[in-house]
Design a binder for this molecule. Structure first.
Ligand code: C5P
Length: 398
């Protein structure tokens, strides 16, 4: 019973994925949650209120003017005691109403009047999802700290294929369990670096690498979910900032170093996931380098500072976690790197498996030995890493 006694409002909007909300309701109740249901009028066309009432064991709400709530304050009352609102499925129109702060129906009024976190699981046709208006609304919701779960890509009810399918009920349940679960890093300040760096060759060219930033962003998200105050120093990537995370964009290794140096002192944990360029161009050109037919071009490289090693050698360092992407002999290189950089914890993966992929397979190395986390989506591995490092932090002084 992972959600024992948790008070959740499950909102349904109009979409064929509403049938998955019936399953979600069943899973929530099975996990011990107390589930109140609110449906838009359109949602009642896809699943009946009777179905949702039977599954939740409670009356279903769908009318802003419902006289069952005393004082006609249903739009406030029904969300006041909730610990979380989950809207699944969330249609394109509902996301638009939410982003605009509308309160024209019961469910959007409840969302507007809430005091608790809000999680939405979008579900719509691929064209509707990719439409600039929807993307604008989703970005606005993210900026407002609304949590967006999915959507996934795949076959759609309309016969098309692409992004827009609602994620499965079990996956939404997992997101809810994480949101409402114990906060292993409550009160901790966590600094994370992510993504590649870019080292200029001339004003238009750079030396960089293929890091997507996905693993570092997943670590930042998992740390925030665990209750930490998270700052993410990010190289150039095209990823959305995880909700509740403060992000600082940098481009060169030196900029990343400066940003980390300015923030490392007040931190409890430093997780260095960035693929920092080991070298930068010494003879960087002030003007665009012209092609000299037949002649080669020599770039002279000089070493960049090792950001992680610097932090780990601070007089009172935060708890430092390094990442190592190796192409072979994973365990051997990981152990050497952990010792050399003086790290309590190192996460190692094979570079060829991790780069750009949604999944990864990680092994942790600490004083107690090796801990394989297996192969899984990066966010799941990040959650395991966060749980592991939280268990290694010194106990709070009383
Ligand atoms: O030595 P290597 O680059 O493989 O070590 C990887 C770890 O060191 C990663 O955690 C990476 O973020 C960090 N690193 C760093 N500064 C560098 C190079 C690597 O912080 N200049």
């Amino acid at each position: 019973m992972t959600l024992k006694g948790k008070k959740i409002l499950l909102g349904l909007t109009g979409g064929i994925a509403a049938y998955k909300a019936a399953e979600l309701c069943r899973l929530l109740v099975k996990a011990g949650a107390e589930v109140r249901i609110a449906m838009t009028q359109a949602a009642t066309r896809f699943v009946t209120p009777l179905t949702m009432q039977a599954l939740s064991g409670q009356p279903v709400w769908s009318d802003l003017w419902d006289e069952r709530v005393p004082d006609a304050m249903g739009h406030i009352e029904l969300s006041r005691d909730r610990e979380l609102i989950v809207v699944a499925p969330a249609s394109a129109d509902f996301l638009a109403r939410l982003a605009a702060g509308r309160a024209s129906d019961l469910l959007s009024a409840l969302c507007l009047a809430r005091r608790c976190p809000l999680l939405v699981a979008p579900a719509m046709n691929v064209e509707m999802w990719e439409n600039a208006a929807t993307q604008r609304n989703v970005a606005a919701l993210r900026a407002d700290a609304v949590r967006i779960a999915g959507p996934a890509a795949g076959d759609q009810a309309c016969g098309e294929t692409g992004m827009g399918r609602m994620i499965e009920a079990a996956e939404i349940l997992r997101e809810i369990e994480v949101l409402l679960g114990p906060k292993a890093l409550a009160g901790k300040r966590v600094l994370v670096t992510a993504g590649p760096t870019q080292e200029p060759i001339d004003p238009v060219r750079v030396l960089t690498n293929l890091s997507s930033g996905k693993m570092g962003y997943a670590v930042a998200r998992a740390a925030e979910e665990a209750g930490a105050d998270v700052t993410l120093v990010s190289g150039p990537v095209s990823l959305a900032t995880p909700p509740g995370v403060a992000r600082l964009d940098v481009s060169t290794a030196q900029e990343m170093f400066d940003a980390v140096k300015a923030r490392a002192r007040g931190c409890d944990v430093f997780v260095s996931v960035a693929a920092v360029s080991d070298y930068r161009v010494r003879n960087r050109a002030a003007r665009k380098i012209k092609k000299r037919n037949g002649e080669g071009l020599t770039l002279e490289l000089e070493e960049n500072p090792d950001i992680l090693a610097w932090v780990a050698r601070m007089p009172k360092p935060p708890f430092c976690v390094g990442f190592a992407a190796e192409s072979e002999k994973l365990a051997q290189h990981a152990r050497e790197k952990r010792a050399m950089k003086k790290l309590p914890l190192l996460a190692a993966n094979l570079a060829q498996e991790a780069l750009g992929s949604e999944e990864n397979s990680i092994t942790l190395f600490d004083d107690r030995g090796e801990h394989p986390l297996g192969r899984a989506p990066k966010i799941e591995l990040a959650r395991k890493l966060v749980a592991h490092l939280a268990g290694m932090l010194p106990a709070k002084k009383r």
